[in-house]
Design a protein. Structure first.
Length: 213
């Protein structure tokens, strides 16, 4: 099974895409962010039909790989698109296939992740099947409002004790990114802090520096 705790021995910085939150062309933002230190890009566009989504995924994957050939690429929910676009893996949502099926489809070396909203969702079977999980919201999200309970660093610490690599998501800025790693996170996942920045490359670089410290 793929290891997802660190990317090249350092905490993971994952960019989760959202066209609605982007201040400019998404391909340009993704390229600048990867060049500045984003290790992983999760392409999340839940409302696209299959053909349009595949084209979108391939366009963003091309932009990301031009910036760094080793970048990890996943797509939200769609194992079929992940396989068709030859991505690193898939990130499961509440309406996606079960982790058992995703792992069988994607293979033992793929990244198979999921979004969790409560440390109690981490059980031995989940930890055995997944490569990593995003835990959210840790802090108030930047790119969208949420009605979910904020988990804070205490919730993050609790989840990290399960042994599965956890990426903290929700309201993560450079100061909070460092605190998340100190709490045990394998990295962070962000959307608004990069997508809505006037200089996405600089925003990504600031997060990268905070994580590496």
């Amino acid at each position: 099974m793929a290891e997802a705790g660190v990317a090249g021995g350092r905490p993971v910085l994952c960019l989760v895409t959202d066209r609605r939150a982007a201040r400019g062309p998404l391909e340009e933002i993704v390229g600048a962010a990867v060049e500045a230190g984003v290790d992983r890009v999760q392409i999340r566009e839940r409302e696209m039909e299959t053909a349009a989504l595949l084209e979108h995924v391939e366009s963003l994957a091309c932009a990301a790989r031009r910036a760094c050939a080793q970048v990890e690429l996943t797509v939200n929910r769609r194992t079929d698109v992940a396989l068709a676009a030859d991505l690193t893996g898939v990130h499961l949502g509440f309406d996606a296939v079960r982790p058992e099926a995703a792992r069988q489809l994607m293979g033992p070396g793929a990244l198979v992740g999921a979004s969790l909203h409560d440390p109690a969702e981490l059980n031995p079977l989940t930890c055995a099947l997944l490569s990593y999980a995003h835990l959210a919201p840790i802090f108030p999200p930047i790119s969208k409002a949420t009605t979910r309970t904020l988990l804070g660093l205490a919730g993050l610490r609790s989840a990290c004790r399960a042994g599965l690599p956890i990426l903290a998501q929700g309201g993560v800025d450079p100061l909070r990114a460092a605190a998340c790693v100190e709490a045990g996170a394998a990295g962070v996942a962000v959307s608004g802090s990069i997508l809505s920045a006037s200089d996405p490359g600089r925003a990504a670089a600031a997060l990268r520096e905070a994580l590496d410290q």
